[in-house]
Design a protein around this ligand. Structure first.
Ligand code: SF4
Ligand code: SF4
Ligand code: SF4
Ligand code: FES
Length: 293
């Protein structure tokens, strides 16, 4: 009879030879083949070590903001290169330095440049204290902006034409998350980026208002937007709520998980939690916005 508690010699050596490692701050960690550097670092050392802006849990990696950059070298103490971790696969045996001095400086400079074209009115903003730009700016140590005021887009008009969706594109940071949410999650293809370089800007349909566009009010873009640039009439991302309750939508048999925010027992807004197997951070117009009926 074989001893079942010990693996057979041949099997053990096969398992060992299949284990792949890469190094974070010179410490080896086991990698999962095909995963990105960002998932590798987060899985090994926690969610908050590397900041991100254009990345979102339910969207494909995109690589536009570069805030997630980390230093990567192929040999220990070798020449390193700053790489966007959210869309770069981790290489076996590579040496990753997520928070080197150079990377910290790079991230801070990126956010400072973003803020040269962003209204600095957080205290009166709908998403104050629940804003990814605000928290990333704090995480990378931005206290003020060193650059003088230049050409900007701060006077863009708000679009309040729609019964559910709103936009204030003076707060847009061109991360493409709303475009990708509408394409990848809802499949409605309403939003796109028009113009080039400094003139790049989000449009709805063929540069229409939210109301005139083919928007089906699913709210995926509002949930994906890291600032208040796209939101909804219920101000769902505002923190002015007393309680959040996880529940299941009763409108149809899909059974979307919902997170319901209430104030004095009255529903203020509904979001779709990312960690729900059935709907993974998305729901339809009825699940998200039809709570007044
Ligand atoms: S969107 Fe965020 S960073 Fe911009 S003003 Fe509002 S809270 Fe501040
Ligand atoms: S609410 Fe839904 S359909 Fe409308 S623009 Fe946003 S993601 Fe697209
Ligand atoms: S509207 Fe929001 S999600 Fe869309 S590009 Fe601008 S900041 Fe990103
Ligand atoms: S989060 Fe990686 S490039 Fe934006």
């Amino acid at each position: 009879m074989f001893e079942t508690s010990k693996p057979l010699k041949g099997i053990q050596s096969t398992v060992q030879s299949q284990t792949k490692t890469a190094y974070i701050n010179d410490v080896p960690f086991t990698l999962i083949p095909g995963e990105t550097i960002l998932s590798f670092v987060r899985r090994s050392l926690g969610e908050n070590l590397v900041p991100t802006l254009c990345d979102a849990p339910n969207l494909d990696p995109f690589g536009s903001c570069r805030v997630c950059s980390v230093d990567v070298a192929l040999v220990q103490n070798g020449n390193s290169k700053a790489m966007a971790s959210c869309h770069t696969p981790v290489t076996e045996g590579s040496y990753i330095y997520p928070n080197s001095k150079r990377i910290q400086k790079l991230r801070k400079n990126i956010i400072e440049l973003v803020l040269t074209d962003h209204p600095l009115d957080c205290l009166t903003c709908e998403v104050n204290n629940n804003c990814e730009l605000q928290s990333v700016a704090a995480q990378v140590g931005v206290r003020d902006v060193r650059y003088p005021e230049g050409k900007n887009h701060l006077n863009r008009k708000k679009d309040l034409s729609h019964p559910y969706m709103t936009s204030d594109l003076s707060k847009c940071i061109n991360c493409f998350r709303c475009v990708r949410a509408c394409d990848e999650v809802q499949g409605q293809f309403v939003l796109s980026m028009a113009g080039r370089g400094f003139d790049s800007h989000i449009i709805k349909g063929s540069d229409q208002s939210f109301f005139e566009s083919d928007c089906v009010s699913c709210g995926a873009c509002a949930q994906a937007c890291p600032t208040s640039a796209i939101s909804d009439v219920f101000e769902s991302k505002s923190i002015a709520v007393q309680q959040k309750t996880r529940t299941v939508c009763t409108y149809c048999g899909v059974g979307c998980n919902l997170e319901v925010s209430t104030v004095d027992g009255e529903i203020k807004s509904i979001q779709a939690p990312y960690n729900a197997e059935v709907n993974g951070g998305h729901t339809c117009l009825k699940g998200r916005y039809a709570f007044k009926f």
